[in-house]
Write a protein that binds this ligand. Structure first.
Ligand code: PLP
Length: 427
């Protein structure tokens, strides 16, 4: 471990965290046995400071798609540190230009511009600002239970429970049920600037849409003259076996947002990608939107190295194959343990394990932890355990994961676990 100032003792770290960051979080983690303190990390593993080694099947929603500290990414960042810093966001930048060119080239269709941000929420805010500015319309439609971030406009797209504690809502935002084209059509009119969706809503429980649905959304957006914003912050950058999840569905967004995995787990960076025709928004005043840390040059270098990996021969095919290997085993588990594990939601390596009741989903995260796997449930549908393994996992490691999963399912199917699940639901 790199040197830290005191405290270095695990319990002392937890107490300092509680005292100066969040006691309610610490109490929550302790209640569920999730009071982990990240120590060493490498590849698909990270350690708790107590020495416990865990397989990361959470990956921070895609941040660790390449595992922890991928050698090529670490080396790119180390090398960059010899000559670069974050750069000056006001000036023209070699690294921002290169990354913008490569990233937009990876998006099928005519998206060829982007604006960098330092977080997903900031990039979503930008997407909404652009949609409103470009269409000169005020309203934004989003999915109930979807999640686009905790910042201003991103938060306004989300569920009331994430907004209400912070005062009155921003007007113009409306949520509609995901997968319901009739509800969408009823909400649409000529005042809607954009419909924003995660291509595969993760916080809602890894809900994989049908092509009919997404194509229907695209058709309705065209019919009502509004834009389609797709949030690929979790589903993009190879997670589903294609570079972007929307490629599976035969649709193209007008604006696409990426983040999380773009950082390589090493340097925060996100981007709002759009067509050149929308650039006119910035003509009158090119400085109408700026971000000090957005597209920091060190981050660009890491993202460029990340694209090298994603675009290397066979990488995405390997993700698809690993997804198939997982699917074959998971389908077997779903029939063997069908009383508790009632469904598998999956596209490539974006996976949700659906349990019969919310308490079981929460409990399963804990049982997995006891079996050396770190995974969490979907906050807006606790029946679902999100299962996002690093994309770089090797076949023999997948076998190990599957054996741990099987043992965990053996535990959760025991009758007394239903009582525990019921108890959890009352907490
Ligand atoms: C789908 C999706 N969109 C947006 C965000 C917000 O990203 P950030 O936390 O980097 O602001 C998240 C974060 O979890 C996310 O999962």
């Amino acid at each position: 471990m790199p040197p830290t100032k005191s405290p270095v003792d695990r319990d002392a770290v937890i107490e300092t965290f509680a005292a100066h960051l969040s006691r309610p979080k610490v109490e929550f983690y302790q209640r569920y046995g999730f009071d982990l303190v990240m120590g060493k990390r490498e590849g698909i593993f990270f350690e708790d400071l107590d020495g416990r080694r865990l397989i990361n099947a959470h990956c921070n929603g895609g941040v660790f798609n390449m595992g922890h500290r991928h050698p090529a990414l670490v080396s790119a960042l180390k090398q960059a540190l010899d000559s670069l810093d974050i750069g000056n966001h006001h000036l023209i930048s070699t690294y921002r230009a290169q990354l913008a060119q490569r990233l937009t080239a990876s998006i099928p269709g005519d998206i060829d511009h982007l604006v960098f941000a330092s977080s997903g929420g900031e990039a979503i805010d930008m997407a909404i600002k652009m949609a409103r500015g470009f269409t000169q319309r005020p309203r934004i439609l989003s999915a109930q239970g979807g999640y686009h971030g905790h910042t201003g406009l991103a938060m306004a797209t989300g569920d009331p429970r994430y907004r209400d504690p912070f005062g009155s809502s921003i007007p113009g935002f409306q949520q509609i049920p995901f997968l319901d084209l009739d509800a969408l059509e009823q909400a649409l009119d000529s005042s809607v600037a954009a419909v924003i969706l995660e291509t595969i809503p993760a916080t809602l429980g890894i809900v994989v849409p049908t092509a009919v649905y997404l194509q229907g959304v695209r058709r309705l957006c065209d019919q009502y003259g509004c834009l389609l914003i797709l949030d690929e912050i979790q589903s993009g950058l190879g997670r589903t076996g294609k570079m972007w999840a929307f490629e599976h569905f035969g649709v193209s967004p007008d604006i696409m947002v990426t983040g999380k995995g773009l950082s390589g787990g090493l340097y925060p960076i996100a981007a709002t990608c759009f067509r050149g025709s929308m650039e006119r928004l910035f003509e009158a005043d090119p400085f109408v939107h700026i971000s000090t840390f957005g597209g920091a040059e060190l981050g660009c270098v890491v993202s460029l190295a990340l694209l090298d990996i994603l675009e290397s021969t066979g990488f995405l095919q390997q993700v698809t194959q690993t997804g198939e290997q997982l699917n074959a085993a998971l389908s077997g588990f779903a029939s063997q343990y069908g009383e508790v594990l009632v469904g598998i939601r999956q596209l490539g390596m974006m996976i949700g394990l659906v349990f019969a009741r919310p308490g079981l989903g929460v409990l399963f995260s804990r049982i997995l932890l006891d079996h050396g796997i770190f995974a969490v449930y979907s906050n807006n549908d606790k029946c679902v355990t999100q299962f996002l393994l690093p994309l770089i996992i090797q076949p023999h490691e997948v076998q190990d994961v599957l054996e741990r999963l099987r043992l965990s399912l053996e535990v959760i199917q025991q009758p007394e676990m239903r009582e525990v699940a019921a108890l959890i639901e009352t907490l």
